[in-house]
Design a protein. Sequence first.
Lengths: 119, 89
Amino acid sequence: MKAFQANLQKLEASDTQVLGVSVDTPFSNHKFAEENSVTFPLLSDPDGKTIDDYGLLRTMNVKGKDAVTGQEVSVPIKTARRATFLIDKDGKIIEESVDREAVDPTKIVEACERRRLGK
Amino acid sequence: MKRAHSTALMLLVAAALTVPAGSGLRAQSSNNAQAQKPPEPMKLKVGDIAPDFTLLTTDGQGVKPISLHDYKGKKNVALAFYVFAFTGG
């Protein structure tokens, strides 16, 4: 998220809109964006429908102690696999990165710049 | 009451995701059989049409929908999926 913010100027100069998607609510996204100076829109997909359409819906078992009862618990939570898609103006996927690779937006930024220079 | 309970669980999730590498929680997840599998292939490939969507965002003033088709013919879109907003990257 912050890595994309750091590259936002380059992406915008390449005629690219950055959008973030997660299962978080619009309000927790807004709080996060304010606290971390994220200026691109963070979209909320609480039921995971869009995340599933992109083949990225996962169940994460989060282990820890229940704050109320103190018992060990494992809580299944639906969330997204980390991935970035670069989509062109015709709605076609022109670049993608997934998992660890998706944390660094360099591949996406370079694809945007190549496209800009190619036109 | 249910809401208070789920808020407590969300705080636990936040705590679990921010623990440093090498802690007990990370050790548990690396022992998980799922973590041993090779990376799954992607459902959508370069050249595929990106599925359209309409999702909500807020600027603090109100909630507004944003759709992929809003940008068709106008801009490229870098669509970044996050595990949770507050995790790294």
